[in-house]
Ligand binder design. Sequence first.
Ligand SMILES: *[C@@H]1O[C@H](CO)[C@@H](O)[C@H](O)[C@H]1NC(C)=O
Length: 256
Amino acid sequence: MAKCCVLFVATMCLASLLVASADWNILNQKTKSGLKISLRNYCESWRINVELNNIREFSVVPSECTDYIGKYMSEAQFKADSEATIEECTLYLNTHCEIKKDGKDAWIFDIDDTLLSTVPFYKKHGNGGEKLNATDLEGWMAQGKATAIDYSLNFFNDIKRRGMQIILISSRKEYLRDATIDNLVDAGFHGWKSLYLRGAEDECMKVEEFKGGVRKELVKNGYRIWGILGDQWSSIKGVETGRRPFKLPNSLYYVS
Ligand SMILES: *[C@@H]1O[C@H](CO)[C@@H](O)[C@H](O)[C@H]1NC(C)=O
C-alpha cells in the first residue's frame, strides 16, 4: 500500500512537471546536434544568450523557463553575478580613471533593476512569463515601494565619495518623477546631479535613442562620461556610451 502511494505520488509529480513545462520533453531533449540536455541546460542557455544580447526583443520569458528564471533571480547566483559586475566597475575606477574633480566627471546609472529592484513586481506576474501590462507596472512604480539593490547603493555612494557627478537616466515616464524621487530617497539614494525621465515627446523614441540623446547632450555640455551601469543593452549601446559601459544581469524582461 505504502509503495503504491509513493509510486502514485511520483507519477503525479512527473505528470505535473510535464504539464508545467509545456512542450518540453524532459526525458529526451536534444539539441540540433544531438547533444542531450536537461531543461535546466536549455533555460541557462536561453539566459546567457539574453545577457550576450543574442536573444533580443523577447516579450516574455519562454513558459518552460519561467520557474528557472524566477529561481535564478531570487537566489544567490543572481546576486553573485551582479556583485561581480560591481567589483569590475570598482576595479576599473581604481585603475583606469584619473578624474579631475572639476564637476564634469560623470557616472550614469539606470534606475529600475540597477538601483531599485522590480523583481517583486515580476515575481507577482509569472517571473517574466506574462506579457507586460505597462499600466500595472507604472501603478506599482507610482506606489514608490521599490527597494534598494544593496550592492548598487554601496557603489552609488562610492562614486559620490570619489567626487564624480551621478546622472540618472531612466525610461520611466516624466509623470512618475515625484514618486521616483521619493522612492529613491526612501531607499537611501541621495546626492545625484540630475535625473532624466522620458517626456511625452520622447515616448515615440526607442529607449536606446532617448538615452543616447541625453548622453550626447551631456558630452556637449562638457561632461566626461567615465562609465554607465545599467541592466539593459538599450542603456549601454548607441552614441556616447562613455569610457566603459557595464551591464548587470537581468533575465526577466527586455527593453529595446
Ligand atoms: C492592464 O491592467 C489593467 C488593470 O490592472 C486592465 O484594466 C487592463 O485591461 C490591462 N491591459 C491589458 C492590455 O491587458
